[in-house]
Design a protein around this ligand. Sequence first.
Ligand SMILES: NC(=O)c1ccc[n+]([C@@H]2O[C@H](COP(=O)([O-])OP(=O)(O)OC[C@H]3O[C@@H](n4cnc5c(N)ncnc54)[C@H](O)[C@@H]3O)[C@@H](O)[C@H]2O)c1
Length: 248
Amino acid sequence: MFELSGHAALVTGAGQNAGAGIARALAAQGAAVAVNDLVAERAEAVAKEIVAAGGRAVPVPFDVTDREAVVTAVSKVKSEFGAHVDVLVHNAGIAADFGQGHFRTLDPSRWRGPVEINLFGAMNCVSAVVDDMCEAGWGRIVQISSGAARVGSDQGLSLYGAAKSGVEGFIRHLSQELAPSGVTANTLALGLQSNVAGAATEMFAKKIPLRRLGTPEDVGAAVVYLASVEASWLTGQILNLNGGSVTS
Ligand SMILES: NC(=O)c1ccc[n+]([C@@H]2O[C@H](COP(=O)([O-])OP(=O)(O)OC[C@H]3O[C@@H](n4cnc5c(N)ncnc54)[C@H](O)[C@@H]3O)[C@@H](O)[C@H]2O)c1
C-alpha cells in the first residue's frame, strides 16, 4: 500500500522542517523527488540525504513566486527524471517577511509577502505541472495550509490567515475542475509544528489534546496518503492535522 515507485514528486520549501519531512516520506515510498527551496544549500542537503538513504532525489532551488523560474525548473526535472511531475506538494508558505503583527500596525508594503508565496506560489506551481497530469489522466496536488486559515486569533496572523484561506479556496475550486481528468487536489491544514520554539509555543503545546506539537514525520505520513494511488476517491477536502486542537 502507498507505493509511489514510478511517480515523480515536486515538494516546495522542502529544505527543512515539514517540507523536508514530506520529501523524505515520499522518497521512502519510492517516488523520485525534486526537492525545492529558495535556499539552494538546504535543497541540496535534503536531496543528498535522500540519495544516501537509497532514494532518488534532485535539488531544484527556485523561488515559487517567480513564474518563469518555476516553469524552467519543472521542465528540467522532467528531463532529469525522464517523467513528468505527477505529485505536487506546495509546502513553501512562510515568506522571509512573515507579515506578522496586528493589521493596524502593518505597513502596506508588508501585505504582499504572505499572499505571493502562498497564493501566487501555488498558482505558479500548479500551472507548471497540471497539463502533464491531465494529459496522463493521473495526478496529485497537495497544498499545505494552516489552522490559521479558518480560526481567528489575536497573534498577528491576519495576512497569513488571509493568504492561507485564499489558497484553500483556490484548491477547492481546482479540485472540481480537475476531477474528470483523474487529478485530485486536497489541502493538509497543519497545527503548530515542533520547529517553532518559544515560551508561547510551549503554552500552546500543553493545550493540544494529544499533548505535543506536530513533526515533519507526521506531515510526511499524511502527505503520503494524500499522494497515494489508494487516495483516488479523495478530492476537494481539507484534512486537519493538529493533534486534535481544532475538531471538524
Ligand atoms: N511551522 C508551523 O507551526 C506551521 C503551522 C501551520 C502551517 N504551517 C505551514 O507548513 C508549511 C511549512 O512550514 P515550516 O514551518 O516547515 O516552514 P519553514 O519556514 O521552516 O521552511 C520552509 C522552507 O521554505 C523555503 N522558502 C521560503 N520562501 C520560499 C520561496 N519563495 N520559494 C521556495 N522556497 C521558499 C525556506 O527557505 C524554508 O527552507 C508552510 O506552508 C506553513 O505555512 C506551518
